[in-house]
Design a protein around this ligand. Sequence first.
Ligand code: B12
Length: 310
Amino acid sequence: MGEVAADTVLSVGAAAARLGVAPETLRSWGRRYGLMPSMRTDGGHRRYTSDDLALLFRMQQLVGGGVTPARAARAVQTPGSGSDSGSDLVPEAGPRRRPGGPGGRVLAVPGASAEVRGLARAASRLDAEALHGILGDLLAERGAIATWDQVLRPLLIAAGLRWAQTGEGIDIEHLLSESTINALRLHCGVQRRPLPGRPVLLSGSPEDLHVLPLHVIAAALAERRTPVRTLGARVPLPVLESAIRRTGASAVFLWRQLLNETDRLDLAPTRPPLLVVVGGPGWEGVDLAPGTRVAHTLAEAVDLLSSAPR
Ligand code: B12
């Protein structure tokens, strides 16, 4: 197995992330087949131990190989059958599924945590439901900044590298991006209402489709109850200037991933003045207007934007 430390004690979300299945799948395995977490915290929350997780890994392998969940659950719970339980089981019907899903290998994320590897498996199977569920739970447990830095960034970098090295995996990149945006939006929606005041505008650059950092900033600001408007990808500068005027924004953040755009950024002056923050590798060598701040990390961007006078 190799993925489970002897003293592992995990919440449903963390266990699901390690397995690369939706948290709801684990809940239903518990309800239907008795594969429940065997520990409870002092506060009454259920927790999976390393032994529970070993059973779940085996269960997932069998189900992934085409065995029905009911048969797989019986096999893994048979007393004394050991970690090889179920090895004589054959798929109910159809061809055996490969772990990478149709046509693909599992996305490699060298040196990654067990959770990142679990998510990589879900992404490689194009399992949007699992990705969305796992990300939702991680966001609720850790918040937007930690989920981005610890989990999403390593995964996205691996997806980008795979594409650069093999030309493959654009489907994985798209699915991962969509699931990430969906989970981040949902996370925004469950926060307390933003405090009143001038909003922060988040914008992509004119020729650039890359906007994930905007959505993660929006989620981190929503946690801080800062009002936000996310404009999304490919926003022409005159459109951005008009949105700044119409919303009375306190600050604007521009993400630029790609290098091949204009070499100047000079937004029309506003009254009251606007905090302009830029982030992303695409700003290298660009002539920025005086006063423009450059954020190098998500946390830095969030700190700057949430401190703009509202
Ligand atoms: C997701 C993704 C896509 C998605 C975007 C979906 C969406 N809605 O955003 C899709 C599939 C649409 C896409 C399209 C393309 N992509 Co793309 N994509 C990516 C991927 C995997 C993640 C992008 C991302 O969000 N990066 C943000 C984080 C994860 O990157 P990072 O390296 O950790 O971040 C650095 C900093 O930005 C900073 N940082 C990290 N997080 C944050 C957050 C904030 C707020 C701040 C301020 C700083 C910060 O720290 C790091 C050190 O510099 C990257 C791989 C990568 N490594 O970025 C490729 C990547 C950016 N894409 C690339 C390319 C070439 C393309 C395409 C041209 C071709 C293609 N792959 O299909 C098209 C471009 C179309 C266009 N006109 O825009 C290249 C760019 C190469 C280059 N040097 O310019 C990359 C790097 C892949 C690669 N390894 O080659 N892409």
